[in-house]
Structures are given as structure tokens and as C-alpha cells.
Design a protein around this ligand. Structure first.
Ligand code: GLV
Length: 335
């Protein structure tokens, strides 16, 4: 263990980059000399770097980039970065590990909420729900139309899951159990549970694109997944298919998706994530009737957010004490 990382006798100094639920924040404030950023918008970068100087721990959000500059600004005493998110692409894990800074995340507690959001986006896009709402609000609804607002059926279709981890499995369970769908998936690893209990079949990416009626993305963002949904991928999908992304925005190329939707290479899309976030209001995707966009709210339920706050506090407090984190991203091989 590096000398500079030893737990302090006085209360540790921490910065929390936004207010998080009291389920975690109360304990952080009781046990630490904590400063909490009070604004709804993130601290500007220069302010963030100033605020973390001398901190022993930081609670970050997915909107805070924790890279070498961040770690330099904090100083060598920084022991733990507790990310209030399951994804941690905002953190340079290799750099944190090199500096023996422990990183925690908040998995599991948001699995069902995120799968519910993926399914909600799938059905909203397939059945043109937001388009219908705009129609009502725009006073365009004049009569019941036998040929209007036709969407795509769900029952017995094929769902393609990209990334069969916890959330992908929960989404596949909904599609299989509720709608009797066939499940195809792509992953770097086979998922035996999904194969045994959901009859899921692991296939090549191109096969998944060609054979799925719905494609739902649940992989993390990394060098191999960035931009994986590009023009070539969308062109391989069925014209009746729906694309859903609740993972990270850079996994699909926005301009290619806009073209796929405009030119009807695919039927519709449901997105909880965009690149950048927030998506600029003049981005073509925003005004496309066949694109449903939510503002990155998949984990926004009471139990998920409280659970995330509890884990984020547990991770922070354990890391400050140099005790094993509850949910560890860069568990040391030897300490
Ligand atoms: C949300 O996107 C998360 O990673 O928790």
C-alpha cells in the first residue's frame, strides 16, 4: 500500500459533484468533511479541478471526466473515486490503477429499471407512441384512421441483445417471458444462463443485425464498441426493425442513425443515450417522428437511485479506510 494512501486520523476530505439521494449522502456528510456541489448543472471543469484539490475521495457522476488531469489536480492523497453510475467510461481506470486510486461503481440496483426503460423505448418506438402524442398535442387528431399510425408487432418476434450482461439478460427475460420472442445475442463471452433459461443463441454481429426484429444495446462503451452501430450496421438491419440504445451514446453514430431513420433502412429507434448529452436541439434525430429520445433516465426510479446512493457511499467510505469496496472496478491484484 502506498504510504500516501494510508487512512487519516482526522475526517477525510471529499467532494461530491452533485446532490445524490440522502440514502447515501447523509452518511458521507456525517463521516467526512464533505463539500457537495449544490447546482443542478455539473461544476465547470476549472471549478471541479479546484474543488477536488487535496481531497481524499470524490463522488463522481458520469458527466465528470476523471482522467490524469483530474487525478493530478486532486493530488497524491486521493484514495478513492466513487462513481454514481454502473458505467465508468468517464474514468481513466488504467491511470487510477497506476496511481493506486480505487474506483467503485453502482451495479445491480439499476438492472431492472434500465431493462424496463429499454423495453419502454422499444414498445414506444415500435408502436409510434410519442409520434401519436405529438399528433394529439398538435390538434391533428380528427378521426380514427384505419390506415394510420401503423406500427410493428412484438409477439413472437426476435430480439437481438448486444451485450448479454446483467441488463441485457434482464431485457431478454422481458422479451422472452412477456412476448415470447426468440433471443439472439452477441457478446465476447457466452452466457450459459441466457442459453439455458431463455434459449438464447450466441451469433455473429452481422447475423444478429440481419435476423433481429429489435436490436437492444447493453454493452459498455470501450474501444471495440465505440461507433459499432454505423452506416454498415444499420444497412444490415431489417427495414421493419427497431434499434434501442440505453447504454452509451457513442456506441451508435448519430449521423448514420439519422440517415437510417430518414431513408427507412430501419423502422424506428428508441434512445436513452446520445452523444453528446444533452443532444443539441437542432440535431436531426430530435425532430424525427420515428426516433424516441429520453434524457438518460434509465436508472431514474426511487429504489435504483437510492440503491446507487447507498453503494456510492459504501464504496467511498470503504475506499477512504482502504477497506475492500462493495462494488470494485479496479480491485487490486495484490495489496
Ligand atoms: C447510467 O448510465 C449508469 O451507467 O449508471
Amino acid at each position: 500500500m502506498a504510504e500516501t494512501k494510508a487512512p487519516k486520523m482526522s475526517k477525510p476530505r471529499v467532494f461530491v459533484t452533485r446532490r445524490i439521494p440522502a440514502a447515501g449522502l447523509d452518511r458521507i456528510e456525517a463521516q467526512c468533511e464533505a463539500e457537495v456541489w449544490p447546482e443542478p448543472l455539473p461544476p465547470p471543469r476549472d471549478v471541479l479541478l479546484e474543488k477536488i484539490a487535496g481531497c481524499d475521495g470524490v463522488v463522481t457522476l458520469l458527466t465528470d471526466r476523471a482522467d490524469a488531469e483530474f487525478m493530478n489536480a486532486a493530488g497524491p492523497q486521493l484514495r478513492v473515486i466513487s462513481n454514481f453510475a454502473v458505467g465508468y467510461n468517464n474514468i481513466d481506470i488504467a491511470e487510477a490503477t497506476r496511481r493506486t486510486i480505487w474506483v467503485g461503481n453502482t451495479p445491480d440496483v439499476l438492472t431492472d429499471a434500465t431493462a424496463d426503460m429499454a423495453f419502454a423505448l422499444l414498445i414506444a418506438a415500435a408502436r409510434r407512441i410519442t409520434e401519436g402524442q405529438d399528433y394529439v398535442r398538435g390538434n391533428a387528431w380528427k378521426t380514427w384512421e384505419p390506415l394510420g399510425h401503423i406500427g410493428v408487432d412484438l409477439l413472437g418476434r426476435t430480439i437481438g441483445i448486444v451485450g448479454m450482461g446483467r441488463i441485457g439478460y434482464a431485457m431478454a427475460t422481458r422479451c422472452r417471458g412477456g412476448w415470447g420472442m426468440q433471443v439472439l445475442y452477441c457478446d465476447t463471452q457466452p452466457n450459459e444462463k441466457a442459453e439455458q433459461f431463455l434459449g438464447a443463441q450466441r451469433v455473429e454481429f452481422d447475423t444478429l443485425l440481419a435476423q433481429s426484429d429489435f436490436v437492444s444495446v447493453h454493452t459498455d462503451l470501450n474501444d471495440t464498441t465505440i461507433g459499432m452501430f454505423d452506416e454498415a450496421a444499420f444497412r444490415k438491419m431489417k427495414p421493419t426493425s427497431v434499434f434501442v440504445n440505453t447504454s452509451r451514446g457513442p456506441i451508435h453514430r448519430h449521423a448514420d442513425l439519422a440517415r437510417a431513420l430518414r431513408e427507412h433502412w430501419i423502422f424506428a429507434a428508441g434512445l436513452d443515450v446520445t452523444d453528446p448529452e444533452p443532444i443539441p436541439i437542432d440535431d436531426p434525430l430530435v425532430s424525427m417522428p420515428n426516433c424516441v429520445i429520453a434524457p438518460h433516465i434509465a436508472s431514474a426510479t426511487i429504489s435504483s437511485r437510492n440503491g446507487m446512493a447507498e453503494i456510492a457511499a459504501d464504496n467511498l467510505l470503504a475506499g477512504l479506510d482502504r477497506q475492500p469496496l462493495r462494488c470494485w472496478v479496479n480491485r487490486p491484484v495484490e495489496e
